[in-house]
Structure formats: C-alpha cells, structure tokens
Design a binder for this molecule. Structure first.
Ligand code: DGL
Length: 270
C-alpha cells in the first residue's frame, strides 16, 4: 500500500512530514532528484522529462499513486502527464489545487463555477519556472473571480536551502519580499508556492508583516490526500516498505535532510 512522494530535492520532505503525521499507516517512498535540482530554472520540457522518469522509478517501488510534492513539476509538467502520458491504472497528483481550494474557501473537488471570495490581493512566491507557467493563476481562475495575483520568482532560494546556507536563503527571501512589495504594497495573503519555502516561513512572515496571512501547503496537501485515499483505497499500491531514494549522493543528501524532517534519514541511490 505504498504511496510515492516526489520532489526535485529535499523540499518535498516538508509535505512528507505532514503526510506521515496524517496517514501513519501508509508507507511512503520518497524520491529526491537531487542530481538535477533545482528544477526552477529548467525548461518545461526538461521538467516534464525528469518528472516522468522519477514517477516511473516510483512505480517500480509499487507506488501506483505518486504525489508531486514539487510546485515546479506540478505547474510545468502535471497537466501534460495527465493528458498524454499516464496509464489508466496510475495516478499522479500535484500540490497546487489543495492550496487554491483553501484560498478560495472550497471543499475538496467542488467544481462549481468561479465566484467572488474574501481575499482580493494575493502574493505568490515560487520558483522562476512555476511563475512563468502561470499555472497558479489558471487554477485560481477556475475557482475565483476578482483576485489580483502578483507573482514573485524567487531565484536562488532553493539552491541556498539545498546547500544548507540559511543565511543566504534569508537574505534572498527578504529581497524577494521587498521586490514583491514594490509591485503590490499591501497583499492580504501570501502563498509559499514551493515546498522548500516552509523552512523560511518565519522570514517570509516577518518580512511581509503580521497582517499578511501566509499559506503553506504541507497540512492542506496531507488533508486532501487522506480524503483522496479514503475515496480511492484501490490507489494504495503494492509496495510495503517506506524508503528514501535520491539520484544524488545518498550520504550528502541524508546529512542535509534533518532540518526538513527533524529526524535522521537514510537515503539510498535511486
Ligand atoms: N521544491 C520544489 C517546488 O516546490 C522545487 C524547487 C526547485 O527544484 O527549483 O517548486
């Protein structure tokens, strides 16, 4: 009954942590494509090919359901994968929709026409590839009208976090928040649209100010996944063992994972 969780690197562990807490009986197989991270500066074709290869590897581990715990892959590759690549007996789900449902006050799977919602000015912080895909605005437009979104591409933040350089990551976050505020001085809500950013949540909140509600994905994704598995128990794959796979150097990756999971992890070569 294993479920796959994919990210370009370690950021998806912020989602995995929430998933483990919400679904303690499910073994999760985590795949970090560390050799090719960051994805945020790659082309959409590149992201699509790398994500498909990673998902195929997770199928080999008996995971019929794979969660793309990566906004960049969810934004740049997921739709294409679902429309033209995915076999009928497999599912790949992204991390965008649960967040947008929360922002637009919708229940899971509520497909009613777009309507006015309380929040009007939203700041989106994400990788350059996620911002240029405009996937967030597209998904939002299916559900809400009259919401002004200002997107800020946060170059460099993922690299700094993957390298464990939190001083650089903090400086970059502050400069990206300043840049956003020059375009949208008073956002009501801010979306941390990259699974690496929860590690910098305090810095985002501090730089944005207390009045701004910061939405982070992990718990929202875990909740909607629990709901999904309840309705689709057949999507629990045949795998039985939780594991951590990486295309990078397993020792190096294991050593850097502690801040994300708050415990020691042993990565294996994918
Ligand atoms: N953590 C990922 C995301 O949510 C990927 C970042 C990257 O590889 O650039 O977008």
């Amino acid at each position: 009954m294993a479920v796959g969780v994919f990210d370009s690197g370690l950021g998806g562990l912020t989602v995995l942590r929430a998933l483990e807490k919400r679904l303690p009986d499910v073994p999760f197989v985590y795949f970090a494509d560390s050799a090719h991270a960051p994805y945020g500066v790659r082309t959409a074709d590149d992201i699509y090919n790398l994500t498909c290869a990673a998902v195929e590897r997770l199928w080999e581990e008996g995971c019929d359901l794979v969660i793309l715990a990566c906004n960049t892959a969810s934004a740049a590759a997921l739709r294409r994968m679902q429309e033209s690549w995915l076999p009928k007996d497999k599912r790949v789900l992204g991390v965008f929709v649960p967040l947008i449902e929360a922002l637009t006050e919708r229940e899971w799977g509520d497909n009613s026409p777009p309507r006015e919602v309380a929040v009007k000015h939203v700041a989106l912080f994400a990788t350059p590839a996620t911002v240029s895909s405009r996937a967030f605005q597209r998904e939002l437009a299916f559900r809400a009208i009259g919401v002004d979104v200002e997107a800020q591409a946060c170059g460099g933040v993922v690299d700094a976090i993957e390298d464990g350089d939190m001083i650089l990551a903090e400086a970059l976050v502050r400069s990206h928040v300043d840049a956003l505020k020059r375009k949208m001085p008073d956002p009501q809500a801010a979306i941390l649209g990259c699974t690496h950013y929860p590690l910098m949540e305090e810095t985002f909140q501090d730089a944005l100010g207390e009045g701004v509600e910061v939405y982070s994905q992990a718990n929202l994704v875990a909740e909607s996944m629990a709901f999904y598995l309840d309705r689709h128990p057949e999507m629990r794959g045949s795998g039985t063992e939780a594991k951590f796979l990486t295309t990078g150097d397993p020792r190096k990756v294991s050593g850097r994972s502690i801040p994300f999971m708050k415990r020691d992890l042993q990565f294996e070569k994918a």
